[in-house]
Design a protein around this ligand. Structure first.
Ligand SMILES: [Zn+2]
Length: 254
């Protein structure tokens, strides 16, 4: 079954593209040997945000992008959405002050069952020690204007989980974050970009409005809102690399 063929996400006419950028950690990192898309140097991040402002990209919220792509709300040209996976402490320390300076909206995907812990799913001992924001800090950031989405309870690779576990990860994270924040949590992001159609069905029935993947492309109205692509900004991305990604439309051939 193709999700694209079903209402309520019939495409509006000639909707423009949206670049949904994917960041994880922002800070000072010694040249990471692996998982380079997990790390963004804060100096480069600052430059990237300055560039977006100077050249009048329209940084919009994930909610506005959703409304524009799937519900015919107006979308500005050169629209960019900023997303940050995992809810690391370094988001608050390094990324958020820069985002505030430019009044850029951002979405933080929090692992509801790991708040206050560390990045234990990473595959080297050093990489597992990055602190995650605790519940109070997530609540405080939300109060300050950060949009919060769900990223499962335990950073689960959903396509490999049993249906029972996947269901718990997807729905449990929504319930837990809604209790913490006192409002609906509508946006979901698949850890590792791992999902299949069964997982998508669970995300829909849990009541989310969209799901973000790690497929690299610009988002457009013809896609399913539950399989939205993003563009990972990596540690190695110089400004030209960043610009190339901003303007790339399709998944490159690998
Ligand atoms: Zn993640």
């Amino acid at each position: 079954m193709s999700l694209n063929a079903e209402p309520p996400w019939m495409p509006p006419p000639a909707a423009p593209l949206v670049s949904i950028l994917m960041y994880h950690q922002v800070g000072h990192f010694l040249r990471p040997k692996a998982h380079r898309a997990t790390y963004c140097d804060v100096g480069r991040f600052r430059l990237q945000m300055a560039w977006l402002r100077a050249w009048r990209y329209n940084v919009i919220s994930l909610g506005d992008a959703y409304a524009g792509l799937f519900h015919s709300a107006p979308l500005p040209p050169r629209a960019v959405v900023l997303t940050f996976d995992d809810g690391c402490e370094n988001f608050r320390e390094h990324a958020w002050p820069i985002l505030k300076k430019y009044s850029f909206p951002a979405t933080l995907f929090v692992i509801a069952g790991m708040m206050g812990g560390t990045t234990t799913w990473m595959d080297t001992e050093a990489a597992r020690e990055t602190p995650l924001l605790d519940a109070d800090a997530v609540r405080e950031l939300h109060r300050e204007g950060v949009h919060i989405g769900a990223h499962t309870l335990t950073h689960a690779r959903l396509a490999r989980c049993s249906p029972e576990v996947a269901h718990k990860e997807i729905e449990g994270s929504k319930v837990q974050l809604e209790e913490l924040l006192g409002e609906s949590v509508l946006d979901f992001c698949y850890p590792y970009g791992s999902y299949d159609m069964q997982v998508v069905d669970m995300v829909i029935s849990a009541g989310y409005r969209l799901g973000l993947t790690c497929i690299r492309a610009a988002a457009n109205h013809a896609q399913s809102p539950y399989e939205l692509p993003r563009k990972a900004i990596s540690h190695g991305d110089t400004l030209p690399g960043f610009l190339w990604k901003l303007h790339a439309k399709n998944k490159p051939k690998s």
